[in-house]
Design a protein around this ligand. Structure first.
Ligand SMILES: Nc1ncnc2c1ncn2[C@@H]1O[C@H](COP(=O)(O)OP(=O)(O)OP(=O)(O)O)[C@@H](O)[C@H]1O
Length: 425
């Protein structure tokens, strides 16, 4: 075998503070299935930094799952080594290795004959934890994935919705606090709204735990939303581009990646930013019971076109224009059901949708307990797109290495010379 292309692997001590994940290095890894002419994975070298979430995307059959499963050795590599936190795990006992790596599959992969608690307790039990510690951990994890332990711990998987099963699957994978989490199409089996919610929860959990997560997905938008780094593969696990979501969207390596991203790359960039990331405009506030003329005077003095009427808990009720205020005597306490409202955690894409549907060209932003925080308008969103373009032009620091040293040349890779060259730009 040729010499390793990575000369040094980050030692565990080099982990940034607060990071509980481990670095992973696939070092010239090849997988040949018996009876297959071409290797499913051919000479792949890929660095996965500690505490980051790396998404694998690419067409069906390109080797994403094979690559993922070689990390916990559910599939044994034919050649090459897998190094986790500086340790070559290729020769380690496979069962022992898998106890240190959380694994989440579609629909949770729960055992149907075991309760939720028993499913989550599998690895802690194998590790010989005592009953009290296991029970406390089960409840802690159920809380973490937003399931009330009192309601759910004794249920069986068939008594749960798809989204709830998936949550239990995540809780089970995290049970023994493994540094690495592997996820194979984790949210593929749930409806789009549940998927969005689970993705948001995953982001929340990751912001607290900083695990090293490797996730296979068919959904490019999911990769953009969740990934710190995205690996775009073509057949034979040829790495076509390994980059940040921002840079992939702003500067795809070639036509293959462009096609993969699909139309509307500019709009997809909006899923990278949340309303809480941008500056909101202030508004003139009015309250029910006030004279409309007084509110009108205030917005005229401030040069605003609208006033935001909030209730006694600061929640927005109405958003009248000057003309509407001119027709009112006293401000009523009625709530306008058409009010365009978005939360602080909504993506700019969601905010834009709300603005366009409302035809107001702007939306009201609410924070905790639905209190009014400010106004977001189309101009703010356009500024965010421009800023994302500027940011994408900057080379990221500490970009992880991703290259193919294998001989396989696919059409897309051959056209760009990606085979044998560094794809992580
Ligand atoms: N057990 C096996 N025996 C023989 N060939 C296999 C086996 N598992 C996978 N393959 C082949 O290896 C290639 C890569 O498969 P893999 O499942 O890794 O792809 P994938 O990118 O995850 O696909 P998908 O997105 O459809 O799940 C495919 O051509 C597949 O047919």
């Amino acid at each position: 075998m040729s010499e390793s292309v990575i000369t040094s692997t980050p030692a565990p001590a080099a982990r940034p503070e607060g990071v509980t994940g481990a670095s992973i290095l696939l070092d010239q890894v090849t997988k040949r299935y018996p009876g297959q002419k071409r290797p499913a994975v051919d000479g792949l070298t890929l660095e996965i930094p500690a505490g980051k979430m790396v998404m694998f995307v690419g067409p069906s059959g390109c080797g994403k799952t094979t690559t993922l499963k070689m990390i916990n050795r559910l599939i044994e590599p034919t050649e090459g080594s897998i190094i986790i936190n500086g340790e070559d795990v290729t020769r380690m006992n496979g069962d022992e290795l898998r106890r240190k790596i959380g694994y989440v599959i579609q629909a949770g992969g729960l055992f149907p004959h075991l309760s939720v608690a028993a499913n989550i307790a599998i690895v802690p039990k194998m590790l010989g934890w005592d009953k009290a510690r296991i029970a406390a951990r089960v409840d802690e994890l159920l809380e973490m994935v937003s399931l009330d332990p009192a309601i759910y711990r004794n249920r069986f998987p068939k008594e749960l919705s798809g989204g709830q099963q998936q949550r239990v699957g995540v809780a089970r994978a995290l049970a023994a606090d493994p540094p690495v989490l592997l996820m194979d199409e984790p949210f593929g089996a749930v409806d789009p709204i549940t998927r969005q919610r689970l993705q948001d929860e995953m982001l929340q959990i990751q912001s607290e735990l900083h695990k090293t997560i490797v996730c296979v997905t068919h959904d490019f938008d999911e990769a953009v939303k969740l990934g710190d780094w995205i690996a775009v593969f073509d057949a034979g696990a040829q790495l076509v581009q390994y980059d940040t979501p921002e840079r992939l969207l702003a500067d795809p390596a070639n036509e293959f990646v462009e096609n993969f991203i699909g139309s509307g790359a500019g709009l997809k960039q909006l899923t990278l930013s949340r309303v809480s990331d941008v500056d909101l405009a202030e508004a003139i506030i009015g309250r029910p019971g006030e004279r409309a003329a007084d509110v009108l005077e205030r917005i005229t003095a401030a040069g605003h076109g609208h006033a935001v009427i909030v209730d006694d808990r600061g929640r927005p009720l109405q958003w009248p224009s000057r003309r509407q205020l001119g027709r009112m005597e006293t401000i009523s306490a009625a709530a306008d059901p058409q009010l365009p409202v978005v939360g602080m955690r909504a993506t700019l894409n969601d905010a834009l949708d709300t603005m366009l549907v409302s035809s107001a060209g702007a939306a009201l932003v609410t924070g905790r307990r639905e209190t009014f925080q400010g106004v977001i308008d189309v101009g703010t969103v356009m500024d965010a797109i421009n800023k994302a373009h500027e940011l994408a032009a900057i080379e990221p620091e500490n970009a992880p290495v991703g290259i193919n040293t294998g001989s396989l040349q696919t059409t897309a890779a051959a056209g760009t010379g990606a085979g044998g060259e560094q794809a992580g730009r």
